[in-house]
Design a protein around this ligand. Structure first.
Ligand code: BTN
Length: 224
């Protein structure tokens, strides 16, 4: 996949959205630093200059949000597993290690253009002093600094492999990874267990299916 690297962008997702018409083929926009990194639900995504992986990927063969999310999450998890780090999925978009967030995914859909952008923020070399942030990084876990470009290329390698799978195959791989642990959530103030998930990110609670947007997910417990 072609990669364009910038020292500083406001947000790699914003850059790719603004310039999407310039790219017919798969492209990865990589920034060493973002001045307006964005997370889900209007949150900001902070990363120390040059320390973490900040990329946005457009691939013409990704035509649904679910597919973008499955491939992005699994690519991060496979990259971590290359470093013997075992990660969990916290629905819908987070990757956790030992209940601390190590990566987040921001999928954006360009209306009218049928194009989907997957933004990946992956903590590599930043070690977070603020314990209340509950954030992790590859350095925090391995005790070593890592070359951001190597991590990026490993992630993109997994991305290119996963993209060859059908939706049904990806959903199965995603579910196998997800249900390694019990998935709990709050439905209002009631604690529930997620029994299944479908290709639209609907979750099965008891015998009822509902959008995962109605649930507040709890980090998976390590002993389960
Ligand atoms: C989240 O956990 O809320 C999603 C975070 C996504 C952050 C990445 S960093 C690269 C890309 N550019 C952005 O502005 N956001 C995504």
């Amino acid at each position: 996949m072609r990669v364009i690297t910038f020292n500083t962008l406001s947000s790699t997702n914003d850059y790719l959205k603004e310039h999407i018409s310039a790219f017919d083929e798969a492209i990865c926009i990589h920034a060493l630093h973002q001045t307006n990194g964005r997370g889900r639900r209007g949150r900001t995504w902070k990363a120390k200059n040059g320390e973490n992986l900040l990329v946005s990927i457009y691939h013409p063969s990704i035509s649904t949000n679910a597919r973008a999310l499955w491939i992005s999450i699994l690519s991060v998890i496979k990259t971590l597993s290359d470093y013997d780090v075992s990660a969990d999925i916290k629905l819908p978009n987070d990757i956790l290690v030992d209940n601390r967030k190590i990566a987040g995914i921001l999928i954006e859909h360009l209306r009218g253009k049928q194009k989907i952008i997957a933004g990946v923020g992956f903590n590599v070399n930043e070690v977070f002093e603020d314990v209340f942030l509950n954030a992790s990084s590859l350095k925090f876990l391995t005790g070593e600094n890592h070359d951001i470009n190597d991590i990026r290329d490993e992630l993109l390698g997994h991305f290119e492999t996963l993209i060859q799978y059908s939706d049904a195959e990806l959903l199965e791989i995603f579910k196998t990874q997800l249900f390694k642990k019990k998935i709990r959530a709050f439905l209002g103030d009631k604690g529930v267990v997620v029994r299944d998930i479908d290709e639209n990110f609907n979750c099965k609670i008891n015998e009822e299916w509902m959008s995962c947007d109605n649930l507040e997910f709890v980090p998976p417990l390590s002993e389960e």
